[in-house]
Design a protein around this ligand. Structure first.
Ligand code: FNR
Length: 376
Protein backbone atom coordinates (compact mmCIF):
# COMPACT_ATOMS: atom_id res chain seq x y z
CA UNK A 1 0.00 0.00 0.00
CA UNK A 2 1.55 3.30 -1.08
CA UNK A 3 2.62 5.58 1.73
CA UNK A 4 2.45 2.98 4.49
CA UNK A 5 5.69 2.65 6.38
CA UNK A 6 5.93 0.26 9.30
CA UNK A 7 7.39 1.10 12.69
CA UNK A 8 9.98 -1.66 12.16
CA UNK A 9 11.16 -0.08 8.90
CA UNK A 10 11.37 3.32 10.55
CA UNK A 11 13.41 1.80 13.38
CA UNK A 12 15.82 0.12 10.95
CA UNK A 13 16.36 3.38 9.08
CA UNK A 14 16.73 5.38 12.28
CA UNK A 15 19.36 2.95 13.51
CA UNK A 16 21.47 3.67 10.42
CA UNK A 17 21.05 7.43 10.59
CA UNK A 18 21.59 8.12 14.29
CA UNK A 19 24.84 7.86 16.20
CA UNK A 20 24.75 4.80 18.35
CA UNK A 21 24.46 6.59 21.70
CA UNK A 22 21.47 8.62 20.43
CA UNK A 23 19.71 5.58 18.93
CA UNK A 24 20.34 3.56 22.10
CA UNK A 25 19.02 6.35 24.34
CA UNK A 26 15.74 6.25 22.41
CA UNK A 27 15.51 2.55 21.68
CA UNK A 28 16.79 1.08 24.95
CA UNK A 29 15.12 -0.09 28.12
CA UNK A 30 16.08 -0.80 31.71
CA UNK A 31 18.29 -3.68 32.85
CA UNK A 32 18.21 -6.79 30.68
CA UNK A 33 15.48 -5.18 28.53
CA UNK A 34 13.22 -8.17 29.22
CA UNK A 35 10.54 -5.67 30.23
CA UNK A 36 10.90 -3.82 26.95
CA UNK A 37 10.52 -7.09 25.04
CA UNK A 38 7.63 -8.21 27.28
CA UNK A 39 5.58 -5.12 26.39
CA UNK A 40 5.92 -5.87 22.68
CA UNK A 41 5.51 -9.65 22.96
CA UNK A 42 2.25 -9.27 24.85
CA UNK A 43 0.58 -7.37 21.98
CA UNK A 44 2.16 -9.63 19.35
CA UNK A 45 0.77 -12.69 21.13
CA UNK A 46 -2.76 -11.30 21.04
CA UNK A 47 -5.16 -11.99 18.15
CA UNK A 48 -8.13 -10.12 16.76
CA UNK A 49 -11.12 -12.07 15.50
CA UNK A 50 -11.92 -11.37 11.82
CA UNK A 51 -15.60 -10.92 11.11
CA UNK A 52 -16.89 -11.20 7.55
CA UNK A 53 -19.80 -9.73 5.59
CA UNK A 54 -19.91 -6.46 7.48
CA UNK A 55 -20.37 -3.66 4.98
CA UNK A 56 -17.32 -1.43 5.24
CA UNK A 57 -17.42 0.12 1.77
CA UNK A 58 -16.48 3.60 2.95
CA UNK A 59 -13.75 5.34 4.90
CA UNK A 60 -14.42 4.16 8.44
CA UNK A 61 -14.76 6.69 11.26
CA UNK A 62 -11.69 6.31 13.46
CA UNK A 63 -12.64 9.20 15.76
CA UNK A 64 -12.85 8.67 19.49
CA UNK A 65 -13.93 10.84 22.39
CA UNK A 66 -11.52 10.99 25.31
CA UNK A 67 -11.45 13.45 28.19
CA UNK A 68 -14.08 15.74 26.79
CA UNK A 69 -12.80 16.02 23.26
CA UNK A 70 -13.24 14.24 19.98
CA UNK A 71 -9.89 13.08 18.51
CA UNK A 72 -9.26 11.98 14.94
CA UNK A 73 -8.20 8.57 16.22
CA UNK A 74 -7.56 6.95 19.60
CA UNK A 75 -3.81 7.46 19.34
CA UNK A 76 -1.58 10.15 20.82
CA UNK A 77 2.07 11.11 21.11
CA UNK A 78 3.37 10.60 24.67
CA UNK A 79 5.93 12.76 26.50
CA UNK A 80 9.49 12.14 25.37
CA UNK A 81 12.38 13.86 27.12
CA UNK A 82 15.52 14.96 25.32
CA UNK A 83 13.89 14.18 21.98
CA UNK A 84 16.23 16.69 20.34
CA UNK A 85 18.75 13.86 20.15
CA UNK A 86 16.71 12.50 17.25
CA UNK A 87 16.36 15.82 15.40
CA UNK A 88 16.71 19.47 16.47
CA UNK A 89 13.51 20.79 18.04
CA UNK A 90 11.67 17.61 17.14
CA UNK A 91 9.28 18.46 19.96
CA UNK A 92 7.92 21.31 17.81
CA UNK A 93 7.61 19.04 14.78
CA UNK A 94 5.67 16.49 16.84
CA UNK A 95 3.43 19.12 18.42
CA UNK A 96 2.54 20.62 15.02
CA UNK A 97 1.98 17.22 13.41
CA UNK A 98 -0.36 16.21 16.25
CA UNK A 99 -2.28 19.50 16.07
CA UNK A 100 -2.72 19.16 12.29
CA UNK A 101 -3.86 15.54 12.63
CA UNK A 102 -6.22 16.16 15.58
CA UNK A 103 -4.49 13.86 18.04
CA UNK A 104 -3.03 14.64 21.49
CA UNK A 105 0.61 15.60 21.97
CA UNK A 106 2.16 15.59 25.42
CA UNK A 107 4.97 18.08 26.10
CA UNK A 108 7.43 16.61 28.56
CA UNK A 109 9.17 18.31 31.48
CA UNK A 110 12.62 17.49 29.96
CA UNK A 111 11.50 18.63 26.49
CA UNK A 112 14.09 20.37 24.32
CA UNK A 113 11.59 23.15 23.48
CA UNK A 114 9.80 25.19 26.17
CA UNK A 115 6.29 24.26 27.22
CA UNK A 116 5.12 27.76 26.20
CA UNK A 117 6.36 27.36 22.61
CA UNK A 118 4.94 23.86 22.43
CA UNK A 119 1.51 25.07 23.50
CA UNK A 120 1.60 27.63 20.68
CA UNK A 121 2.38 24.82 18.23
CA UNK A 122 -0.39 22.59 19.62
CA UNK A 123 -3.01 25.01 20.99
CA UNK A 124 -5.86 22.48 21.04
CA UNK A 125 -3.92 19.19 21.16
CA UNK A 126 -1.19 19.94 23.68
CA UNK A 127 -1.06 18.46 27.18
CA UNK A 128 1.75 18.96 29.70
CA UNK A 129 3.60 16.18 31.53
CA UNK A 130 5.03 16.92 34.95
CA UNK A 131 7.92 15.29 36.75
CA UNK A 132 7.67 16.10 40.44
CA UNK A 133 11.24 17.09 41.21
CA UNK A 134 13.15 17.57 44.42
CA UNK A 135 12.43 21.30 44.40
CA UNK A 136 8.91 22.14 45.48
CA UNK A 137 9.37 25.65 44.13
CA UNK A 138 10.28 24.50 40.61
CA UNK A 139 7.51 21.90 40.59
CA UNK A 140 4.92 24.48 41.65
CA UNK A 141 6.25 26.94 39.08
CA UNK A 142 6.01 24.37 36.27
CA UNK A 143 2.38 23.76 37.21
CA UNK A 144 1.71 27.52 37.23
CA UNK A 145 3.45 27.98 33.87
CA UNK A 146 1.47 25.13 32.34
CA UNK A 147 -1.77 26.75 33.51
CA UNK A 148 -0.71 30.21 32.30
CA UNK A 149 0.30 28.80 28.91
CA UNK A 150 -3.24 27.47 28.50
CA UNK A 151 -2.76 23.74 29.07
CA UNK A 152 -5.99 22.12 30.22
CA UNK A 153 -4.63 18.63 30.80
CA UNK A 154 -1.79 17.79 33.16
CA UNK A 155 -0.14 14.37 33.06
CA UNK A 156 1.72 13.52 36.26
CA UNK A 157 4.29 10.79 35.73
CA UNK A 158 4.41 8.38 38.64
CA UNK A 159 6.90 5.73 37.62
CA UNK A 160 10.22 7.54 38.01
CA UNK A 161 11.03 7.50 41.75
CA UNK A 162 14.61 7.05 40.48
CA UNK A 163 15.85 7.25 36.89
CA UNK A 164 15.84 3.76 35.35
CA UNK A 165 19.16 1.92 35.07
CA UNK A 166 19.64 1.77 31.30
CA UNK A 167 22.69 -0.30 30.53
CA UNK A 168 23.03 0.78 26.91
CA UNK A 169 23.49 4.37 28.11
CA UNK A 170 25.98 3.22 30.74
CA UNK A 171 27.99 1.21 28.20
CA UNK A 172 27.94 4.05 25.66
CA UNK A 173 29.18 6.49 28.30
CA UNK A 174 26.07 8.54 27.56
CA UNK A 175 25.53 11.09 30.28
CA UNK A 176 24.61 14.74 30.44
CA UNK A 177 26.13 17.05 29.52
CA UNK A 178 27.49 15.08 26.57
CA UNK A 179 31.14 14.22 27.08
CA UNK A 180 33.10 13.43 23.95
CA UNK A 181 34.70 10.07 24.69
CA UNK A 182 36.90 8.65 21.90
CA UNK A 183 34.13 6.17 21.11
CA UNK A 184 31.55 8.91 20.87
CA UNK A 185 33.83 10.97 18.62
CA UNK A 186 34.18 7.97 16.29
CA UNK A 187 30.41 7.51 16.38
CA UNK A 188 29.90 11.17 15.41
CA UNK A 189 32.43 10.92 12.59
CA UNK A 190 30.34 8.09 11.13
CA UNK A 191 27.19 10.25 11.27
CA UNK A 192 28.31 13.68 10.04
CA UNK A 193 24.83 14.74 8.87
CA UNK A 194 23.41 14.16 12.36
CA UNK A 195 26.38 15.86 14.04
CA UNK A 196 26.23 18.97 11.82
CA UNK A 197 22.44 19.28 12.10
CA UNK A 198 22.41 18.78 15.86
CA UNK A 199 25.33 20.97 16.85
CA UNK A 200 24.44 23.73 14.38
CA UNK A 201 21.11 23.98 16.20
CA UNK A 202 22.95 23.98 19.55
CA UNK A 203 23.19 20.77 21.60
CA UNK A 204 19.78 19.56 22.86
CA UNK A 205 18.80 21.49 25.99
CA UNK A 206 16.32 21.24 28.82
CA UNK A 207 14.33 24.25 27.68
CA UNK A 208 11.81 24.19 30.55
CA UNK A 209 14.45 24.31 33.25
CA UNK A 210 16.88 26.92 32.01
CA UNK A 211 15.17 29.76 33.81
CA UNK A 212 15.73 28.08 37.19
CA UNK A 213 19.49 27.93 36.71
CA UNK A 214 21.74 30.77 37.82
CA UNK A 215 22.61 33.14 34.96
CA UNK A 216 25.54 31.93 32.92
CA UNK A 217 25.08 28.40 34.22
CA UNK A 218 26.90 25.80 32.17
CA UNK A 219 25.52 22.58 30.77
CA UNK A 220 26.86 20.70 33.79
CA UNK A 221 24.62 22.51 36.29
CA UNK A 222 21.60 22.33 33.98
CA UNK A 223 22.07 18.57 33.74
CA UNK A 224 22.20 18.46 37.54
CA UNK A 225 19.02 20.50 37.74
CA UNK A 226 17.35 18.03 35.39
CA UNK A 227 18.60 15.08 37.42
CA UNK A 228 16.77 16.67 40.38
CA UNK A 229 13.57 16.56 38.35
CA UNK A 230 13.29 12.82 38.84
CA UNK A 231 12.77 12.48 42.53
CA UNK A 232 11.06 10.03 44.86
CA UNK A 233 9.07 12.86 46.43
CA UNK A 234 5.74 12.14 44.73
CA UNK A 235 3.39 10.30 47.11
CA UNK A 236 -0.38 10.15 47.55
CA UNK A 237 -0.43 13.22 49.81
CA UNK A 238 1.38 15.25 47.18
CA UNK A 239 -0.81 13.84 44.43
CA UNK A 240 -3.85 15.01 46.41
CA UNK A 241 -2.25 18.47 46.65
CA UNK A 242 -1.62 18.60 42.90
CA UNK A 243 -5.27 17.64 42.41
CA UNK A 244 -6.27 20.65 44.50
CA UNK A 245 -3.82 22.91 42.68
CA UNK A 246 -4.71 21.91 39.10
CA UNK A 247 -8.08 23.16 37.86
CA UNK A 248 -8.05 21.19 34.61
CA UNK A 249 -7.95 17.50 33.79
CA UNK A 250 -5.41 15.41 35.65
CA UNK A 251 -3.99 12.10 34.45
CA UNK A 252 -1.72 9.80 36.46
CA UNK A 253 0.77 8.13 34.11
CA UNK A 254 2.86 5.08 34.87
CA UNK A 255 0.38 2.88 36.72
CA UNK A 256 0.40 -0.92 36.35
CA UNK A 257 -1.31 -2.00 39.60
CA UNK A 258 -5.07 -2.22 40.16
CA UNK A 259 -4.96 -0.88 43.76
CA UNK A 260 -2.85 2.11 42.62
CA UNK A 261 -5.35 2.82 39.85
CA UNK A 262 -8.31 2.59 42.24
CA UNK A 263 -6.62 4.97 44.69
CA UNK A 264 -5.82 7.51 41.96
CA UNK A 265 -9.44 7.40 40.77
CA UNK A 266 -10.65 7.88 44.36
CA UNK A 267 -8.38 10.90 44.79
CA UNK A 268 -9.89 12.61 41.77
CA UNK A 269 -7.67 11.67 38.82
CA UNK A 270 -9.65 12.17 35.60
CA UNK A 271 -7.86 9.29 33.86
CA UNK A 272 -5.20 6.66 34.46
CA UNK A 273 -2.45 6.06 31.93
CA UNK A 274 -1.38 2.44 32.18
CA UNK A 275 2.33 2.50 31.41
CA UNK A 276 5.68 1.17 32.54
CA UNK A 277 7.53 3.97 30.77
CA UNK A 278 8.10 1.78 27.71
CA UNK A 279 10.23 -0.68 29.72
CA UNK A 280 12.68 2.06 30.72
CA UNK A 281 12.15 1.95 34.48
CA UNK A 282 11.59 -1.44 36.20
CA UNK A 283 12.83 -4.24 33.97
CA UNK A 284 10.59 -6.73 35.80
CA UNK A 285 7.39 -4.68 35.53
CA UNK A 286 4.39 -6.46 33.99
CA UNK A 287 3.59 -5.87 30.32
CA UNK A 288 1.02 -3.10 30.08
CA UNK A 289 -1.23 -5.48 28.10
CA UNK A 290 -1.24 -7.82 31.09
CA UNK A 291 -1.82 -5.06 33.64
CA UNK A 292 -4.79 -3.57 31.80
CA UNK A 293 -7.69 -5.99 32.52
CA UNK A 294 -7.33 -5.87 36.33
CA UNK A 295 -7.09 -2.08 36.23
CA UNK A 296 -10.22 -1.93 34.07
CA UNK A 297 -12.06 -3.91 36.77
CA UNK A 298 -10.66 -1.82 39.64
CA UNK A 299 -12.02 1.54 38.43
CA UNK A 300 -15.60 2.64 37.66
CA UNK A 301 -16.96 1.22 34.40
CA UNK A 302 -16.62 4.37 32.30
CA UNK A 303 -13.43 5.61 33.92
CA UNK A 304 -11.04 6.82 31.18
CA UNK A 305 -7.98 4.60 30.71
CA UNK A 306 -5.05 5.15 28.37
CA UNK A 307 -2.29 2.67 27.69
CA UNK A 308 1.14 2.62 26.06
CA UNK A 309 4.19 0.38 25.78
CA UNK A 310 5.11 -1.64 22.71
CA UNK A 311 2.16 -0.52 20.54
CA UNK A 312 3.47 -0.19 16.99
CA UNK A 313 0.56 -0.24 14.54
CA UNK A 314 -3.17 0.11 14.04
CA UNK A 315 -3.88 -3.52 14.88
CA UNK A 316 -2.07 -3.16 18.20
CA UNK A 317 -4.20 -0.14 19.01
CA UNK A 318 -7.41 -2.10 18.35
CA UNK A 319 -6.09 -4.83 20.65
CA UNK A 320 -5.53 -2.20 23.34
CA UNK A 321 -9.12 -0.98 23.00
CA UNK A 322 -10.47 -4.52 23.11
CA UNK A 323 -8.38 -5.18 26.25
CA UNK A 324 -10.10 -2.29 28.06
CA UNK A 325 -8.26 0.92 27.14
CA UNK A 326 -10.08 3.97 25.79
CA UNK A 327 -7.02 5.52 24.23
CA UNK A 328 -3.50 4.51 23.21
CA UNK A 329 -0.13 6.22 22.94
CA UNK A 330 2.76 5.23 20.70
CA UNK A 331 6.20 6.47 21.71
CA UNK A 332 9.50 5.50 20.13
CA UNK A 333 8.28 5.13 16.50
CA UNK A 334 7.63 8.88 16.36
CA UNK A 335 11.30 9.55 17.05
CA UNK A 336 12.38 6.81 14.63
CA UNK A 337 10.13 8.45 12.03
CA UNK A 338 11.88 11.81 12.21
CA UNK A 339 15.37 10.29 12.33
CA UNK A 340 14.47 8.15 9.30
CA UNK A 341 12.46 10.58 7.17
CA UNK A 342 13.19 14.05 8.54
CA UNK A 343 10.57 16.62 9.49
CA UNK A 344 7.90 14.85 7.37
CA UNK A 345 8.35 11.61 9.33
CA UNK A 346 5.79 12.10 12.11
CA UNK A 347 3.01 13.06 9.69
CA UNK A 348 3.83 10.08 7.48
CA UNK A 349 3.69 7.80 10.50
CA UNK A 350 0.36 9.27 11.66
CA UNK A 351 -1.02 8.59 8.15
CA UNK A 352 0.27 5.04 8.38
CA UNK A 353 -1.41 4.50 11.75
CA UNK A 354 -4.70 5.88 10.37
CA UNK A 355 -4.51 3.60 7.30
CA UNK A 356 -3.70 0.56 9.44
CA UNK A 357 -6.55 1.36 11.81
CA UNK A 358 -9.10 1.68 8.99
CA UNK A 359 -7.81 -1.52 7.41
CA UNK A 360 -7.98 -3.57 10.60
CA UNK A 361 -11.38 -2.15 11.59
CA UNK A 362 -12.81 -3.32 8.26
CA UNK A 363 -11.41 -6.81 8.73
CA UNK A 364 -12.80 -7.32 12.23
CA UNK A 365 -16.12 -5.65 11.41
CA UNK A 366 -15.66 -2.89 14.01
CA UNK A 367 -16.82 -0.17 11.66
CA UNK A 368 -17.34 2.58 14.22
CA UNK A 369 -15.02 3.05 17.20
CA UNK A 370 -17.82 4.80 19.12
CA UNK A 371 -19.41 1.40 19.54
CA UNK A 372 -18.04 -0.79 22.31
CA UNK A 373 -15.88 -3.72 21.11
CA UNK A 374 -18.26 -5.96 23.07
CA UNK A 375 -21.08 -5.03 20.65
CA UNK A 376 -19.08 -5.80 17.51
C1 FNR B 1 10.09 8.36 27.37
N1 FNR B 1 8.98 8.36 28.22
C2 FNR B 1 8.75 9.47 29.02
N2 FNR B 1 7.65 9.52 29.83
C3 FNR B 1 7.39 10.61 30.58
O1 FNR B 1 6.38 10.62 31.30
N3 FNR B 1 8.23 11.69 30.53
C4 FNR B 1 9.36 11.72 29.77
O2 FNR B 1 10.07 12.72 29.74
C5 FNR B 1 9.65 10.56 29.01
N4 FNR B 1 10.78 10.50 28.24
C6 FNR B 1 10.99 9.43 27.39
C7 FNR B 1 12.11 9.44 26.54
C8 FNR B 1 12.27 8.40 25.62
C9 FNR B 1 13.44 8.43 24.68
C10 FNR B 1 11.33 7.34 25.56
C11 FNR B 1 11.46 6.24 24.55
C12 FNR B 1 10.26 7.32 26.43
C13 FNR B 1 7.99 7.27 28.18
C14 FNR B 1 6.93 7.55 27.11
O3 FNR B 1 6.12 8.62 27.46
C15 FNR B 1 6.02 6.33 26.86
O4 FNR B 1 5.48 5.92 28.09
C16 FNR B 1 6.75 5.16 26.20
O5 FNR B 1 7.63 5.60 25.20
C17 FNR B 1 5.74 4.20 25.56
O6 FNR B 1 6.35 3.06 25.09
P1 FNR B 1 6.76 2.81 23.54
O7 FNR B 1 5.57 3.14 22.69
O8 FNR B 1 7.94 3.70 23.27
O9 FNR B 1 7.12 1.37 23.54
Amino acid sequence: MAGVISADDLRRRARRKLPRFAFDYIDGGAGTEAGLARNRAAWLGETLQPKVLVNSDRALPTERSFLGRRWAMPIGIPPIGLAGLAWPEVDLILASAAEAAGIPYVASTPATVSLERLKSAAPTSGWFQLYVGKSEEITDDLIRRARDAGYETLVVTADVPRPGIRLRDVRNGFSLPLKATPRMAADLALHPAWAIRTFRAGAPRFANLERYAAPGTGAQSLAKLMAGQSSGRLDWTLFRRIREQWPGRLILKGVTSAPDAAQAADLGADAIWVSNHGGRQLDSAPATRDALPAIRKAVPEDFPLAVDGGLRGGEDVLKALVAGADFAFVGRPFLYSVAALGAEGPTRYIETLAAQLDNAMAQIGWTDLDRSPRDV
